[in-house]
Design a protein around this ligand. Structure first.
Ligand SMILES: *Cc1c(COP(=O)(O)O)cnc(C)c1O
Length: 224
């Protein structure tokens, strides 16, 4: 087992009840997830559809699975029966497909709209203009989707000022759209912050952080 128990406890104490911790378990084995589950962690984040389906089948059914990676429309059907929240809704096409599959499964799926805040990096998400178009439209057509808020990833850089500005920008959009209303939506979640930048994200108003490597150990990636 390779989970960092000390760090986990420290993060929980730091976040209290105001900030929800999503343990990002992508590429990590089911045993590590089970170990963290046994400590009381119920929310886990995954990036890959097949990996998520396998883990869902192998692990306790009261785990809340958050899909946080880029999701192809043709794969929505595999996770629609059980996924707790899709945080990475990055197009209207995807939103429509999630709605369709949720309906087929006779359920409502909680979603976050992913916003593209790391301008120079090719990350997925709505830009400011697309976001305003989305909220100008009649969202009640997505009857089986509950839009719960926004998600964003800052640039992967040591330039903390830049990271902070990107989070500030996302927070401003969150405030801007917080008052929008669709019959089935409840805009209350601002998901921002990962292992390397969660402290800045929290300072800038995040209420949901997605933390992987601090809890489960490093994966392969490098900062610029
Ligand atoms: C992998 C990933 C995370 C967690 O990254 P860490 O640096 O390991 O904390 C958070 N959010 C998204 C969208 C991810 O893909």
């Amino acid at each position: 087992m390779s989970i960092n128990l000390k760090k986990y406890k420290k993060l929980l104490a730091e976040f209290g009840s105001d900030i929800k911790l999503i343990a990002v378990s992508k590429t990590k084995p089911a045993e590590d997830i089970k170990a963290m589950y046994d400590l009381g962690q119920k929310d886990f984040g995954e990036n890959y559809v097949q990996e998520l389906v396998d883990k869902y089948e192998a692990l306790p059914k009261d785990i809340q699975w958050h899909f946080i990676g880029h999701l192809q429309t043709n794969k929505v059907k595999y996770i629609a029966p059980f996924v707790s929240m899709i945080q990475s809704v990055d197009s209207k096409k995807l939103l429509a497909e999630i709605n369709k599959q949720a309906k087929k499964n006779n359920r409502t799926i909680d979603c976050l709209i992913q916003v593209h805040i790391a301008i120079e990096e090719s990350k997925f998400g709505f830009d400011e203009k697309e976001l305003s178009e989305l909220f100008e439209n009649d969202l009640s057509t997505y009857a089986n989707i509950k839009i719960c808020g926004l998600m964003g990833m800052a640039s992967f850089t040591y330039d903390t000022k830049k990271v902070r500005n990107e989070f500030k920008f996302l927070k401003s959009l969150f405030i801007k759209y917080a008052s929008f209303s669709a019959p089935n939506s409840a805009f209350s979640i601002l998901s921002m912050g990962m292992s390397s930048d969660y402290e800045i994200a929290v300072e800038e108003g995040s209420n949901m952080v997605r933390i992987g490597s601090l809890l489960f150990g490093e994966r392969e990636n490098k900062k610029t």
